[in-house]
Design a protein around this ligand. Structure first.
Ligand SMILES: Cc1cc2nc3c(=O)[nH]c(=O)nc-3n(C[C@H](O)[C@H](O)[C@H](O)COP(=O)(O)OP(=O)(O)OC[C@H]3O[C@@H](n4cnc5c(N)ncnc54)[C@H](O)[C@@H]3O)c2cc1C
Length: 459
């Protein structure tokens, strides 16, 4: 009799795992059953801000493979609008509720893939049924926001609460749609994924676009009238608005796993080993935004909810479930985003993270340009490097600048992944032509500056 794999969660991690397992094991050897509580499979949540702004069409364009494709081409039993409510490890069964008709099904498994993603942080003040308040996690959330923005009377004012990268991307999308946008952030500045000095450059660019930034101002409540939100409340009083988008971060969606007795780590994510197995639980796998993973620089467990990791981790799990051998090597915290034309990249540790991990380090900021100064379109680029003292090993890097800025972080990520020192980096053979870089690339200028800073300290 064929074994059965049950997958909980039909997006990046779950469907990568299911597809890889199917490639290696035919339907006579492995039945694959997927439970997804939403309306879509294998979709790009990353594209939602560009769908909101109108830059890309949606939601179809954001779907890589729909349920029917998985059913027909991959021989999977895909149960949409089914939410798994219980995992019974002893009987090796899951219980799922059909969200359309309220019915319940109970299905056995030999292998279980837990890929439930993350849940948006929602403080008590945000618990409201009022129209016009949106989280931003799934295509359904994107569709709901678009519908609200298109309905009459057209919303004119928007407040985005939280200035992480999702909040920043949504603020950009809303200003592009012509709304008057305020971003309210409890911390000192938006874009907390980079150090404050680099985040200030992002804040400046956002103000330049006409986005009002209110930093250091926690939201404490919402006001509503006739079932619609009318204001967010802060210590300074009500801030009138027609729409509120919450971008307060996410946490691992691990409650179902915890209830079943799966081990949960210090970050709240499900614990997994390098092969994405749940330790001590034969046949149980987990991947994506619901797990915690190893940070290769700090050596600490971290929760880094990014699509790039979810896809890789799901693939690793699927190869292993399929009888192959694969491992996930951990993360170094590389991420990129943009605010209109301003690009932002980071990799490794920020100053605060390097401090928390106990490193002695220096940091330098180098100002340069994205192209040769005389070439049309040359614009400023700021590179920050953080290097361990005294050995000069690169610990982290951040870049803010115009075109060609964000993806330059990849060169730094490769250097960091391979344990290079800033001294080694000064000799890197990076590409140069006036349309792409000054003769000394901004990365090389920053590396030289870091070498100087280290030798000045050790003199
Ligand atoms: C607006 C936005 C922009 C983003 N931009 C980027 C980016 O630029 N780059 C990047 O790398 N990442 C980005 N991300 C993050 C990326 O989308 C996620 O890291 C990725 O989707 C995680 O994949 P996952 O499969 O682990 O979880 P998810 O994509 O969250 O999928 C989990 C699925 O499980 C389902 N589910 C949960 N519980 C149950 C249950 N009990 N029963 C059945 N089904 C269940 C959910 O409905 C969901 O479809 C962005 C995310 C958002 C929201």
């Amino acid at each position: 009799m064929a074994q059965r794999l049950i997958v909980i969660g039909g997006d990046a991690a779950g469907m990568s795992a299911a597809s890889q397992a199917r490639r290696r094991r035919g339907r006579d050897d492995l039945e694959i059953m997927v439970f997804e509580r939403g309306h879509f499979t294998s979709y790009s949540a990353c594209g939602i801000p560009y769908w909101i702004s109108g830059l890309v069409p949606g939601p179809e364009a954001l779907i890589a493979r729909d349920p029917q494709t998985f059913r027909i081409e991959y021989a999977m039993d895909v149960r949409m609008r089914h939410e798994v409510t219980t995992i019974d490890l002893e009987r090796r069964e899951v219980v799922a509720q059909d969200l359309e008709d309220g019915g319940e099904v109970r299905e056995r498994f030999d292998e279980l893939m837990y890929a439930t993603g993350a849940v948006p942080v929602k403080p008590p003040w945000a618990a409201t049924d009022a129209g016009g308040v949106f989280g931003m996690q799934t295509l359904d959330d994107g569709a709901a926001l678009r519908e609200w923005l298109d309905a009459e009377p057209r919303p004119r004012r928007a407040v985005v609460v939280g200035g992480g990268y999702i909040g920043v991307e949504i603020a950009e999308a809303l200003i592009q749609r012509g709304l008057s946008v305020t971003l309210v952030e409890a911390g000192t500045q938006p874009m907390s994924t980079v150090d404050p000095d680099m985040g200030e450059l992002v804040a400046e660019a956002m103000r330049g676009l006409g986005i009002t930034i209110r930093a250091g101002l926690p939201v404490t409540g919402l006001e509503e009238r006739d079932g619609r939100v009318t204001a967010v409340v802060t210590a300074e009083g009500p801030m009138p608005t027609d729409v509120v988008v919450l971008g307060l971060g996410v946490r691992p969606n691990s409650a179902l796993a915890a209830a079943a007795g799966l081990p949960i780590g210090t970050t709240g994510g499900v614990r997994v080993d390098r092969r994405m197995r749940v330790p001590g639980m034969p046949g149980i796998w987990a991947a994506g935004d619901c797990v915690e993973t190893l940070h290769r620089v700090s050596g600490m467990p971290v929760h880094v909810p990014l699509g790039t990791h979810a896809n890789k981790q799901g693939r690793v799990a699927g190869i292993n479930i399929g009888g192959g051998y694969a491992t996930f090597a951990g993360v170094i915290g590389t991420a990129v985003t943009k605010v209109c034309d301003l690009e932002v990249g980071r990799t490794g540790l920020r100053e605060g993270e390097a401090e928390a991990a106990g490193f002695d380090f220096i940091s330098v900021i180098a100002e340069s340009t994205n192209r040769a100064g005389y070439y049309p379109g040359a614009r400023p680029m700021t590179v920050k490097l953080i290097a361990e003292r005294p050995n000069g090993r690169l610990l982290g890097a951040q870049i803010v600048g115009w075109s060609e800025a964000a993806k330059r972080i990849d060169a730094l990520a490769v250097a960091l992944w391979n344990g290079m020192t800033v001294d080694d980096m000064t000799a890197l053979d990076l590409g140069y032509a006036p349309p792409y870089a000054p003769v000394w690339d901004p990365v090389l200028i920053a590396a030289r500056k870091a070498v100087d800073a280290l030798s000045a300290l050790d003199r």
